[in-house]
Design a protein around this ligand. Structure first.
Ligand SMILES: Nc1ncnc2c1ncn2[C@@H]1O[C@H](COP(=O)(O)OP(=O)(O)O)[C@@H](O)[C@H]1O
Ligand SMILES: [Mg+2]
Length: 398
């Protein structure tokens, strides 16, 4: 099953482009399921049809779902949440706050993604399109089994240090301890949960069948956030194979009082190319109407993909790789246009600028590397290798 995940800031056109992609794939004869996990659903508007949390038939080969993230969260997290909530309450945190604290940001969506495994195993679909919330926060969470494992670790610690030494029947424990005993049910559901999540990550990072596509608009803040998403997706092993710049003012039409915007957009488009090359960058113009209904989606699919097959892997490499050594980090960047003789680079905040001849590359650095100037840069074939020393930084402490 081919899995394509769309992500990007709110309002940029993720849902429209996801729906257009799904419609095109179903036209090509692939049994396609599109699932919106963004709580701000609008897939039903795109298809002009009411949707719910089980697949609804749209047209031949096409089904769509709008999940209710809270339902999925409650189903999967209920037992565990109750346990943590009690644990926090024992420590003096008011119960209503405790309930909230057991849900990490992005977690609701995470549980909806567990459906990915179910749909893959069902064997019913050739393609699964995921229309996700802004901007990859959940994918990041999914990639942090260690951070997610806080729950497991905590439960085991309680068990090991609080319960085992006490070694007496539960009934005779003080009330305080009785509250923090994780039941077998809790332990079991934590274990199953993390196994499931591992399975989901495996599917979403499978190099043969899965990729992520970023959608953005030519606006400063949107571009910055999308650059950051690209860095984190690469860092956590997700393959990004395409970016789309949506809502560009058409060059060949008079845009009235927006004429000045065209110039601004042209400049931003240049910046987008500096940041996202060598990934394919698709450009879609701003229409004079909303993208609603199958006809509008087909036009959009045509503008994004032309004659290309949307199921193809649009770019089959990770153009940005981070390799961690003991007290340094190597950043490998694929730069097909490079002229090795003239490299200049500088860091400003969390942005790394690389000037090669008259071409420039900008990337967002992960937090660990922010503010650190690379101390070496050399080419290995088409790859620029940059070396960052982590000595004396916070990374050394961990
Ligand atoms: N190229 C475009 N031209 C005009 N309107 C668009 C275009 N792409 C998307 N839209 C409209 O913009 C709004 C936001 O799009 P949507 O796909 O829901 O974004 P997201 O899912 O990223 O929040 C919708 O009303 C949609 O119809
Ligand atoms: Mg949306």
């Amino acid at each position: 099953m081919r899995v394509i995940t769309f992500t990007g800031k709110g309002g940029v056109g993720k849902t429209s482009i996801s729906a257009a992609t799904a419609a095109r794939l179903s036209d090509m004869g692939l049994k396609t399921l599109i699932m919106s996990t963004d709580p701000a659903h609008s897939l039903s508007d795109s298809f002009e049809q009411k949707l719910n949390s089980e697949p609804s038939f749209i047209k031949q080969n096409l089904w769509a779902i709008e999940v209710n993230a809270y339902e999925d969260l409650k189903k999967n997290w209920h037992a565990v949440q109750g346990y943590y909530s009690r644990l926090l309450t024992v420590q003096g945190i008011p119960p209503i706050m405790a309930d909230e604290m057991t849900v990490l940001p992005g977690m609701e969506e995470l549980f909806s993604l567990m459906r990915v495994k179910r749909y893959k195993e069902s064997g019913k679909y050739d393609a699964l399109i995921l229309d996700t919330a802004p901007t990859g926060e959940t994918l990041r969470l999914l990639s942090l089994p260690e951070a997610m494992n806080w729950g497991v670790k905590l439960a085991r610690t309680v068990e090991k240090f609080v319960l085992k030494p006490v070694a007496r029947p539960l009934s005779r424990m003080s009330d305080k301890f009785a509250h923090v005993v994780p039941s077998e049910e809790v332990m079991q559901s934590i274990d199953t949960l993390f196994e499931e999540l591992d399975g989901v990550k495996e599917i979403l990072t499978d190099a043969q069948s899965a990729s992520v596509r970023l959608v953005m608009n030519p606006e400063k803040m949107v571009i910055k956030e999308t650059m950051r998403a690209l860095t984190y997706l690469n860092l956590y092993g997700f393959k990004v194979d395409m970016v789309t710049v949506n809502k560009l003012l058409a060059e060949d039409e008079d845009s009235g009082y927006l004429e000045k915007w065209k110039k601004v957009q042209r400049r931003y488009l240049g910046e987008i190319e500096e940041a996202f090359t060598p990934l394919p960058i698709k450009k879609v113009k701003m229409y004079d109407d909303e993208v609603v209904g199958l006809k509008a989606l087909e036009r959009l699919a045509g503008d994004v993909y032309g004659d290309e097959n949307p199921a193809a892997m649009m770019y089959d490499e990770t153009p940005m790789q981070f390799v961690r050594h003991d007290d340094s980090c190597e950043l490998l960047l694929k730069l097909p246009f490079a002229n090795p003789d003239e490299i200049d680079s500088w860091v400003s905040g969390d942005e790394l600028f690389i000037q090669i001849g008259n071409q420039r590359k900008i990337i967002t650095l992960p937090v660990t590397l922010a503010g650190i100037e690379p101390d070496d840069a050399k080419f290995k074939g088409q790859w620029l290798s940059m070396h960052f020393s982590l000595q004396g930084t916070m990374a050394r402490a961990v």
